[in-house]
Design a protein around this ligand. Sequence first.
Ligand code: ATR
Length: 286
Amino acid sequence: MSETPKLAGVIGWPITHSLSPLIHTLWAHRAGVNGYYIPVAAKPSYDEFAGVVGALKIAGFAGVNVTLPHKSNALQLADDASEGAKKAGAANMLTFHDDHVYADNSDIFGFAASLDEATGGAGNSPTKRNSALVLGAGGAARGVILGLRERGIESIAVANRTRERADELVDDFQIKAVDWAKKEGILGSVDILVNTTSLGMSGQPPLEISLEKLSQAAVVADIVYTPLQTPLLAEAASKDHQTANGLSMLMHQAVPGFQTWFGAPAKVDAALRDELIRALERRNKE
Ligand code: ATR
């Protein structure tokens, strides 16, 4: 008798452009898993989100990824949460158990793993990195700061157009804040530069920053993946810096969910990346 297919998915609004179904479907196919990963729309209110989660639990889903605008709703809905999700104030994974819902934040892992990929592996980089500058102070910045902490980065500064939002992160994570206008001034002492703002994304203005002062060993990361190579990453690559792009983070953040819900290994590799790049190119032509 054939077993019941395993079910998981991603909840967001809008959800049409999510690449997560493609990632999980490819891994399921590779691992020979009898399972489906489905995009599910939930309108932007807590009640709509909770209603959809309740229906998916009844339908036998093992869990879901959660994307914008529901990441804080996911944490609020869960019975229990990982330390990372609590500290980030947001969850992008809900796992359904018989008697409780568990929230986790794999964006933290995803960012840390994308840094590893850029630098040749955790703890494996030729230069010990101690300091980072994070641009932006939204939800994404929180996950990035926690990812940096997971990799032992002690000195973290944040620069944000709206200083008050940067100051909130200073209080929550015991980091430093730098005025947005003065961000270039500290680049000489920064080992990792991360853009978490929407600047440089297709349709948005570019991030204007000179990398002149950045030391050659510094890594430059951008969590944006449309375009894949933002103007910031293009400039960094032209100066021979190691770079981490948003697609790398997106692929790595998907690993814990797939392993948990489908019980099979998930590998981030060039074949997966190429598949996603083709999907992004198809989308651009639409
Ligand atoms: P997310 O949760 O995905 O990080 P967000 O909360 O909307 O999204 O944050 C977007 C980030 O991009 C913020 O840091 C925002 O700066 P403000 O807090 O000042 O709004 C930043 N950002 C967006 N447009 C910007 C611009 N034109 N110049 C500088 N920063 C910008």
